[in-house]
Design a protein around this ligand. Structure first.
Ligand code: ZN
Length: 241
């Protein structure tokens, strides 16, 4: 089975489209979304529709929670708050109900899927380095942990209690080793590379790969400007921060 794990779409339909096409071309059979379908971008409804059409397994992100009134906007910066308020106005009742219905975590076949981190998924902490990755793996029984939220992709392993970064973008999985993948962001990468990011877990080949795709950046930026969303949300997409 070839599984695509993707996260943090943030209302960027152009980015989501190229990720879906790339996954299909690579023979992806199952889609798992780690949340933040909406927030920041100008196409929240479009992105919800496409994710639902995939029959993907989906967990809830903090922006999905914030735009549906499930959490306070006080922790958001000004632009994120403006975007969340704008997004809330765009969503239909059915779309809102869909976001509210999403679970916080999903666990299946030895793998654990969560937007932020497994120890306290509702606190929206970040997995950004080996130490937080080790804490995340220690908090669960599954051998594989997939997270998003930071928009900064990386894969690391834990073997005999020793955590280590996997330096290849396509990791050959080893037995008796546990793995954590931060799958980065489809719609607003923040690792200095503006291209969309997602992961493909090939269970037959025993590989875990981070895939990057270019998308129509100018079109996405124009939509953000046309919607009257903060200019910084358009500008940052080009820098990948
Ligand atoms: Zn996010």
């Amino acid at each position: 089975m070839r599984i695509a794990v993707f996260s943090d779409i943030h209302g960027n339909a152009e980015a989501l489209d190229v990720v879906l096409n790339s996954g299909r071309e690579r023979g992806v059979e199952k889609w798992i979304c780690l949340g933040d379908i909406v927030g920041y971008g100008a196409d929240p409804s479009e992105c919800i529709t496409r994710v639902r059409e995939l029959a993907a397994t989906v967990v809830r992100g903090n922006h999905d929670a914030a735009t549906t009134g499930m959490m306070s906007l006080n922790y958001f910066n000004v632009d994120a708050r403006k975007a969340a308020e704008w997004t809330a106005e765009q969503l239909s009742t059915a779309e809102r109900q869909y976001l509210v219905s999403l679970p916080l975590v999903h666990e299946r076949s030895g793998a654990y899927f969560v937007h932020a981190e497994p120890l306290n998924p509702k606190q929206w902490g970040y997995v950004t380095d080996l130490w937080s990755a080790e804490d995340a793996l220690k908090a669960i029984a599954a051998n594989f942990c997939f997270v998003g939220h930071s928009h900064i992709p990386f894969i690391c392993s834990l073997r005999d209690g020793n955590p280590a970064y996997c330096t290849s973008s396509c990791v050959q999985l080893r037995p008796r080793t546990r793995y954590l993948a931060n799958v980065g962001s489809v719609g607003q990468p923040r690792d200095g590379d503006w291209r969309s990011c997602f992961a493909i877990w090939d269970q037959e080949q025993s590989t875990l790969e981070l895939v990057r795709c270019t998308y129509d950046l100018a079109r996405t930026q124009q939509k953000i400007r046309d919607a009257g969303l903060p200019e910084s949300l358009a500008a940052r997409l080009a820098t990948g921060y």
